[in-house]
Design a protein around this ligand. Structure first.
Ligand code: UD1
Length: 423
């Protein structure tokens, strides 16, 4: 298993380009199940999660080839409607095949994803939504078994705004007979892009980007092309890398990104004292010498993203004063905290609230990454920790950050990938 060796304290400055959004690609790829044909998905990041989705879709008979950042997907020969446990257990987003399979083929067998390293992550809203569209769904031996003749439009209210459930139910509803209304739909940019892709494929969807989607089912859809939006979480993580550098940092410029998708984070970074300039597709950050302590509460979009919570805690560990970081989306997502404390941070967690008492410096140590965003926070801390930090088990980071060490090297960081110990 690879590990990162980071010699902290190198000043960061320079320009890098942001890649395509993992979470958008993971919705766009299964959406192609909805119509037979050839699709081109441009600006697709090269990531482990994308490979996992590719393998899963290939087991269903799809033909997928990757040329640099582009995917060509041929869906003409789909011959299996099953998502086996061996793939789903690696990546929860595999459940996205449920909606399109049941909508186009009237049957689907999808393994239940189970929990996550940091807690339970239910899929009840996906199942209830698709049931409301008329599918018969049973849970058997760890699998969701869904059957339907043709789905029928329905009114659906999500008690909790869910990215995955909105995407899944929307993909089911586009081929249903009649009108579906989804209330309290997710408004995340990845869901907006999925909606736009479905419309390009021939779907009829009103209210895109709002909490109320109205979908008029169509009889047939067709293949098309799309350019994936930039990854707002990768962008945000590099912004925090610039900010955490504090007095050893210089100006960093991120290109091929969308500042409009990061409004909440940008305000918070300005609150800590960082200077931020934005253009249509770029952001520049100049760090402040002193990092002010600023509280954050995660929320659904356009609130502060839960996927940026761990990185904020790393930043706040070096702030002047005490900050409170509350995660209202996932209550148990704090596995990075004990690892950050091994670097000298002073963080306590009670329920879903972290209290971060800022300290003067972090000191390098061996730390273990436990999930994708936790890994990012440990790398950020390592960039400024005194001495050497080893981040073990970086396969988590390879799920969601493309060439993270190369991009950080381009900004001046001293980070390298090495073969790590086995566990
Ligand atoms: C997506 C993102 C993930 C991000 C999360 C929240 C992808 C592939 N992943 O995950 O990176 O952290 O959004 O922004 O896009 N919930 C239920 N029942 C359900 C589904 C969700 O109660 O059936 C709850 C969850 O426990 C959570 C909340 O809804 O509290 C939001 O989760 P959701 O938006 O569904 O997250 P994902 O789509 O799994």
């Amino acid at each position: 298993m690879d590990k990162f060796i980071i010699n902290g304290g190198k000043s960061l400055s320079g320009t890098i380009a942001i890649g395509g959004a993992k979470n958008a690609s993971l919705a766009l790829m299964p959406a192609t199940i909805l119509a037979g044909g050839t699709y081109h998905l441009y600006n697709t990041p090269q990531l482990r999660d994308i490979n996992t989705m590719t393998t899963l879709l290939e087991t269903m008979g799809m033909n997928i080839s990757q040329q640099d950042q582009s995917l060509t997907i041929d869906t003409k020969n789909i011959n299996s409607y099953e998502a086996p446990y061996e793939h789903v257990k690696k990546m929860r987003a595999s459940i996205y095949v449920l909606g399109p399979l049941i909508a186009r083929f009237g049957e689907a067998k999808v393994s239940l994803p189970g929990g996550c390293a940091w807690g339970p992550r239910p899929v009840n809203l996906h199942i209830e939504g698709i049931r409301k569209l008329g599918a018969e769904i049973e849970i058997e031996a760890g699998y969701i078994i869904a059957k339907a003749k043709r789905l029928k439009g329905a009114r659906i209210l999500f008690d909790v705004s869910s990215v995955g459930a909105t995407g899944n139910v929307m993909m089911a509803a586009v081929l249903a007979k009649g009108t579906t209304i989804i209330e309290n739909a997710a408004q995340e940019p990845e869901i907006v892009q999925l909606s736009e892709f479905l419309v390009k494929m021939g779907a009829k969807i009103d209210g895109i980007g709002t909490g109320r989607l109205e979908i008029e089912g169509v009889d047939e859809m067709h293949s098309t092309d799309i350019t994936t939006i930039s990854d707002r979480i990768e962008t945000g993580t590099f912004l925090i890398a610039g900010a955490i550098a504090g007095k050893i940092g210089g100006k960093i410029r991120l290109e091929k990104c969308n500042p409009n998708h990061l409004g909440a984070l940008i305000v918070k970074l300005q609150d800590i004292g960082a200077e931020i300039k934005t253009g249509d597709d770029w952001i520049e950050l100049t760090p402040s010498e002193k990092i002010k302590a600023v509280n954050v509460t995660t929320a659904i979009y356009p609130g502060y993203p839960t996927d940026m919570q761990a990185q904020w805690i790393a930043l706040m560990s070096l702030a002047e004063g005490t900050s409170i970081v509350t995660d209202t989306v996932y209550f148990d997502r704090f596995t990075h905290v004990p690892e950050l404390n091994r670097l000298g941070a002073n963080i306590t967690v009670k329920e879903n609230i972290a209290t971060v008492i800022g300290i003067k410096k972090l000191i390098g140590a061996k730390v273990m990454s436990t999930d994708l965003r936790a890994s990012a926070s440990l790398i950020l801390a390592g960039l400024v920790a005194e001495g050497t930090t080893e981040v073990l088990r970086v396969y988590h980071i390879d799920r969601g950050y493309e060439s993270v060490e190369k991009k950080l090297q381009a900004l001046g960081a001293n980070i390298s990938r090495e073969q790590g110990e086995e566990f």
